[in-house]
Write a protein that binds this ligand. Structure first.
Ligand SMILES: Nc1ncnc2c1ncn2[C@@H]1O[C@H](COP(=O)(O)OP(=O)(O)OP(=O)(O)O)[C@@H](O)[C@H]1O
Ligand SMILES: [Mg+2]
Length: 228
């Protein structure tokens, strides 16, 4: 279950008269519980590919299948449900809501899914503990360090127990200690909850944990490496 098939995905951005070919025919199969890394230089298309897999962006050509369902053909309502229930996102820039506390940021996806207040509190308390920021529950993002913010973002992505987590450079801008903690949290979730992780990274610390590496260059996969 939760197999992802990416079939000939192309993405062209039009900027006035120029066209930017961000992805040029990407083919890829991602199995359940894979801990996969997308590696490539700046501008190679890593974020674009993650956004398309996560149904936040649509390909110009080609298709993405999740559990055999063609996500490029789903209605907006079905897509929203798929995103809320199955997909978790950790963005390059965290994307936390500045006026909400850490607790409230993590609470948002649960409100969307209709969990009641008591249940939400149980789930959030446990998750904040898991990522080691219980004592910062009442802090707003600008009252937190980069590593703590990143942990809030991870808590928010994982709180709905998604089957697939997409993480765009999740350890960028983190010091070694925080970076390692974040990696351990993700790997633990990957092993215990069978969550699929698709990450983009430059981080050599993270590379050691990755089962399958996809090397992207100029919008194309140039190499695939399996470490087991
Ligand atoms: N909304 C957009 N409009 C126009 N061009 C875009 C847009 N988003 C991305 N691009 C272009 O598409 C290409 C791929 O961008 P993308 O953000 O996927 O790269 P990346 O590999 O994630 O880079 P980085 O490591 O710097 O985050 C780049 O040339 C970029 O300038
Ligand atoms: Mg990027």
């Amino acid at each position: 279950m939760n197999k992802i098939i990416i079939e000939n995905v192309c993405k062209v951005y039009k900027l006035g008269k120029t066209e930017v070919h961000a992805l040029r025919g990407v083919n890829l199969t991602i199995e359940k519980q894979e801990f996969m890394g997308i590696i490539g230089p700046s501008g190679s298309g890593k974020s674009t590919l993650l956004n398309i897999i996560g149904c936040i962006d649509v390909p110009s050509e080609g298709h993405v299948f999740i559990d055999g369902e063609n996500t490029t053909r789903l209605s907006d309502n079905r897509l929203t449900m798929l995103r809320r229930k199955n997909l978790g996102f950790i963005f390059q820039s965290f994307n936390l809501i500045p006026v909400l506390t850490a607790y409230e940021n993590v609470e948002l996806p649960l409100i969307s899914l209709g969990f009641n207040k008591t249940k939400r509190q149980q789930m959030i308390d446990k998750m904040l503990e898991n990522v080691g920021i219980s004592e910062y529950a009442k802090h707003k993002p600008d009252e937190l360090s980069g590593g703590q913010r990143q942990r809030v973002a991870i808590a928010r992505a994982l709180i709905t127990n998604p089957s697939i987590v997409l993480a765009d450079e999740p350890t960028a801008n983190l010091d070694t200690e925080n970076g390692n903690k974040i990696i351990e949290i993700m790997k633990h979730m990957n092993e215990t909850m069978h969550t699929t992780f698709i990450l983009s990274t430059h981080d050599p610390r993270l590379l050691n944990y990755i089962d399958k590496k996809i090397f992207l260059e100029d919008g194309k996969i140039i190499k695939t490496e399996n470490s087991n």
